[in-house]
Ligand binder design. Structure first.
Ligand SMILES: [Zn+2]
Length: 247
């Protein structure tokens, strides 16, 4: 009996750390990779062999989080659904912190590797990532239903700004989410973007609630929920809309 207790006690710490952090388990549902533990530290291991630390213990300011985040940093700003609210807290940008390797490994590392296919949305032809065809099809159906019920929503969803475009985020050397065919810009003429503003940023928006709700219901985050607002921008980031993913 005594020996058994000692063995159990000795095993207890190992068992306690054997479960990966929920964020890593969650990421594995949406991205290509899996949690691994090395010497008590957790990583998200990608198919190319690269491992992203879950928490490397470093303290980073917002700019550093944008440049070189660990997994925990990407969940450090909570994405909030619900009624549209002005965003006035500086750098309150849920979803702008991205681990680029996660996208590259899941969707493709170069323009030729990203497999995009045509998809029709409200009579407009888009190019989206092959893996997300079911997601975009559900979205298209949902948006068609909205427009059928309320014609005033249609102008926001015409002259779509685009989906697939291998490029950097404006003003940075980081790859845009548009590079992977997982983002959609709606009508630019009905939208607002922080880079178009001069002087101190003041959040503005004309996109109706119903459109935002529809995208969020299919796993897309909206750039109108950012201090650095980009109200035309929707991006497939189901991990940020999944409560179980947050640390
Ligand atoms: Zn965009």
């Amino acid at each position: 009996m005594r020996l058994a207790s000692i063995v159990l006690l000795a095993l207890a710490p190992t068992l306690a750390t054997a479960e990966p952090p929920p964020s890593l388990t969650c990421l594995a549902r949406y991205y290509t990779g899996h949690p691994v533990e090395r010497n008590g530290a957790w990583f998200f291991e990608l198919p190319d062999g690269k491992s992203i630390p879950y928490d490397d213990g470093k303290t980073r300011d917002f700019a550093q989080k944008l440049e070189t985040p660990d997994v925990k940093d990407t969940f450090s700003i909570k994405y909030r659904k619900g009624p549209i609210q002005p965003v006035s807290l500086e750098n309150d940008d849920p979803g702008r912190i991205r681990v680029e390797a996660l996208f590259a490994n899941t969707y493709g590392k170069s323009e030729s590797q990203v497999q995009v296919v045509p998809l029709e949305l409200l009579g407009q032809r888009l190019r989206v990532h092959k893996k997300l065809v079911p997601v975009f099809e559900r979205l298209a159906k949902r948006l068609a239903g909205l427009v059928a019920a309320d014609g005033s929503l249609r102008p926001f969803l015409t002259k779509l700004g685009g989906t697939f475009n291998w490029r950097n985020i404006a003003g940075t050397d980081r790859q845009s989410a548009h590079s992977y065919g997982v983002s959609l810009d709606i009508n630019v003429e009905r939208s607002d973007y922080w880079r178009w503003q001069k002087g101190k940023l003041k959040w503005v928006n004309k996109i109706p609630q119903a459109i935002v709700d529809a995208f969020e219901a299919e796993g897309f985050i909206w750039g109108g929920r950012w201090y650095h607002f980009d109200t035309m921008h929707f991006e497939y980031r189901p991990e940020l809309l999944d409560e179980s993913c947050y640390p």
